[in-house]
Design a protein around this ligand. Sequence first.
Ligand SMILES: Cc1ncc(C[n+]2csc(CCOP(=O)(O)OP(=O)(O)O)c2C)c(N)n1
Ligand SMILES: [Mg+2]
Length: 616
Amino acid sequence: MTKTIRLTMAQALTRFLSRQMTMVDDKKMPIFAGVWAIFGHGNVAGLGEALYQVREELPTYRAHNEQAMAHAAIAFAKASFRRRMMAVTSSVGPGATNMVTAAALAHVNRLPLLLLPGDVFANRVPDPVLQQVESFSDGTVSANDCFRPVSRYFDRITRPEQIIPALARTMAVLTDPTECGPVTLALCQDVQAEAYDYPESFFEERVWLQRRQRPDREELAAAIATLKSAKKPLIIAGGGVIYSQASSELATFVESAGIPVCETQGGKSSLPDAHPLNMAAVGVTGTAAANRLAQEADVILAVGTRLQDFTTGSWALFQNSLKTFIGLNVQPFDAAKHRAQPLVADVKEGLIELSVALKDYRAPADWTDKAYSGKEEWQRAAAKVTGPTNASLPSDAQVIGAVQRAMGSKATVLHAAGGLPGEMHKLWQAGAPGSYHAEYGFSCMGYEIAGGLGAKMARPNDEVVVMIGDGSYLMLNSEIATSVMLGHKINIVLLDNRGYGCINRLQMGTGGANFNNLLRDTKHEVLPDIDFAAHARSLGAIAEKVASIAELEGALARAKQNDRTTVVVIDTDPLISTEEGGFWWDVAVPEVSPRSQVNDARKNYEEKQKLQRVGD
Ligand SMILES: Cc1ncc(C[n+]2csc(CCOP(=O)(O)OP(=O)(O)O)c2C)c(N)n1
Ligand SMILES: [Mg+2]
């Protein structure tokens, strides 16, 4: 007879989660590093009691905002190369919907995240409960249905035994590099507390390893034939290179074949910035070196990338009419984009096979030489914009230079929204794979500080540097207090340009009037003058405001010595961004307008649209 154990659904769930393991550097570890929780009536009695039972094996962490907790969990998974992850639980209403944005973020970025919102009563007896949204037309709908389009797997647990198949599916999704993304298990509050005789085998320890899919024989042969014919080959390295931990295989392949590499936001740090074949950032926020090659390339091996518009210059960048894309990607959805020849495989496995098959191939020397000289030229241009300055209002690029000099390329640097992603993509000299942590799939303001906390939990021995604008800081900063409380020190560099600088520049670039972005251009009675250092100090951080780039470098040297989260604030110029490099981005300009600036911008827009490749 099957041996069983009588547990509540919530107790069974937490016991199951605590028994799931993985291997990191040959060491067995729990795959779930913990559960972030803010309790309400929808999860405190059931799941809260169950988490208490397993608090040693599966720690519970409390923070201040459900979205931020999920950001921390997502950043933890990203900084762990998707090998380890965290869960997040909320109550049934606003706590749950607070997590929807974060679910979308994890969905876009293909990052594992387990969301456990409470849900209304399955038995519906006390309806409507506090915070129940009540659909007039559908008795099965709750606030948690918002998670459906942004979950790779969604389930509502309405009977305790349902978690047995639901958790099997959950683990399959979270650990599969192809499907990887958020899983939402909406836990009806009465069912959390309901007991069932679970088979003991359900709780046996399991070790989850990274699956490495090898290429299909035909697809591989086709990719090899195309690459052999290439006169101007180029590799785009995306986040898949980082998650597959395939940097050394990439280096081996490109060094032997003399193929230049350019990097997406997700793929930056695939090769060290100093590698002579690394043209670094590509696309809208790309280097001149990378974009020049991209415009000419005849065979583009797109490795582990979603080919989002910032990478492809909204599909205007790749201008060789005879070009062929090869999509080396573990996910067929990405591998076949824009008529690419698919090469569906784990990046590392794919690159190993390509290296073997192409060991005698060498890109034409003039192409590789063009890459080398373009890179050197770019390095000179980048050094100019990032060098020390006495300017009273420095540029973002000058701040980036100072952070680079003070923290070195060993730090893990993290950013997500505003003007920083573009400048960082172009100018940051990344070191080890994964040390450049950009959330640029969703570019979610407010990811930064909570994300920094999650990244630090994954990399306790690294200095984590969060780069953030005043807008993002004001949107979501509460987890500074959590980082202090938990003793996870992060370094935060806050660039205060008094508003939404990058959108203001975009507005001007599309012919718009300065309107509603910088604080000075808003409807106001009083112009805000925010003391960010005092604010950060009130949350428990060490904080100072600096008046120059030299002072910033001094403050960062001190920050490194601090054992507590440190915030350094610097005023910056909202109007400057790096002109060198870069490429067009499709942002639709109005066809008619009483403003002549808009009409001019529209003309320019229509010219640029002519470069766009529709489909091919
Ligand atoms: C949650 C969210 N809302 C809105 C946006 C659109 N957006 C992108 S950047 C930005 C302004 C960011 O301001 P700040 O953090 O000060 O950076 P800056 O642009 O000044 O460099 C806005 C509103 C976004 N990316 N995320
Ligand atoms: Mg700003």
